[in-house]
Ligand binder design. Structure first.
Ligand code: NAP
Length: 248
């Protein structure tokens, strides 16, 4: 599928996996909206990189876990691009309380709001125009933890399991409108999210993964391009984890 003149919104694209997907979309000719939460400077840097591929780009600060902010973001996008063809629900947070029962209530809310409600709010906001246009590509970023569960990150795994489920449900709803809905389940990717887990975590990945290293954001971005380009793959959850899930 040519991405020329398509408009993509990537949430949480100021760094990490979202940034890599946004840049890969731009390389393939898409205009890109960079959503982020806090880091204006990093988001503007991504916009600059994207414009160097001769496509259009804007950054929009919005908390995807707040429906009012998602609506406000849509207004900004509509003024510039009218609608979104490709939605990548990537923004995510993880809280590591140590023990499963020590997670703060506020962290439970932030984790569910960002990781699970965020994709729901964004789909609710941007899918109606995809239906009118009879075209759309949706990629939801879940996690292998959303498939297997994981000790110590109970709420994150619950939110990511929900992302798998909304992917399946929306694929059922939207196929008839030429809209595909897929998920990517990264394993352990080298970003700020994993660096916060420390060196022992990195060693554990190296010792337990068939491909004995962390993955790169670029490797996830390439998987996203495959799913976005496909006309007939929908409702799929693609693990990008060096085979780690086999040992979990
Ligand atoms: P990251 O480096 O921590 O980046 C997170 C991005 O999300 C940042 O751009 C951040 O923006 C943005 N963000 C956070 N909360 C937001 C909110 N409420 N609204 C809008 N944007 C928000 O994370 P990453 O490792 O690239 O992870 C990306 C996705 O992959 C997440 O969904 C994560 O759960 C998933 N994942 C990652 C791994 C991994 O190993 N890294 C594994 C499995 C799944 P600001 O910096 O501007 O605040």
């Amino acid at each position: 599928m040519g991405m020329n003149n398509k408009v993509a919104l990537v949430t949480g694209a100021s760094r990490g996996i979202g940034k890599a997907i946004a840049i890969e979309l731009a390389k393939n000719g898409a205009n890109v909206v960079i959503n982020y939460l806090e880091d204006d400077q990093a988001a503007n840097e991504v916009v600059k990189i994207i414009k160097s591929f001769n496509v259009e780009a804007i950054s929009v600060r919005a908390d995807v876990g707040d429906p009012d902010q998602v609506e406000a973001m849509a207004k900004v996008i509509e003024e510039k691009f009218e609608y979104v063809d490709i939605l990548v629900n990537n923004a995510g947070v993880i809280k590591r309380p140590g023990e499963w029962d020590l997670i703060a209530f506020s962290d439970i809310d932030e984790t569910i709001n960002t990781n699970l409600k965020g994709p729901i709010f964004c789909m609710r906001q941007f899918v109606p125009k995809m239906i009118l246009n009879k075209f759309g590509r949706i990629i939801n970023i879940t996690s292998t933890y959303g498939i297997t569960g994981a000790a110590g990150v109970l709420v994150y795994t619950a939110a990511k399991a929900g992302v798998v489920n909304i992917t399946h449900s929306m694929a059922r709803e939207l196929g008839k409108y030429n809209i595909t809905v897929n998920a990517i389940a990264p394993g352990n990717i080298d970003t700020r999210m994993t660096s916060s887990a420390g060196e022992d975590f990195k060693k554990w990945v190296e010792n337990t993964s068939p491909i004995p290293r962390l993955g790169t954001p670029q490797e996830v971005a390439e998987a996203a391009m495959y799913l976005i380009n496909s006309q007939y793959v929908s409702g799929h959850v693609l693990t990008v984890d060096g085979g780690h899930i086999l040992n979990m």
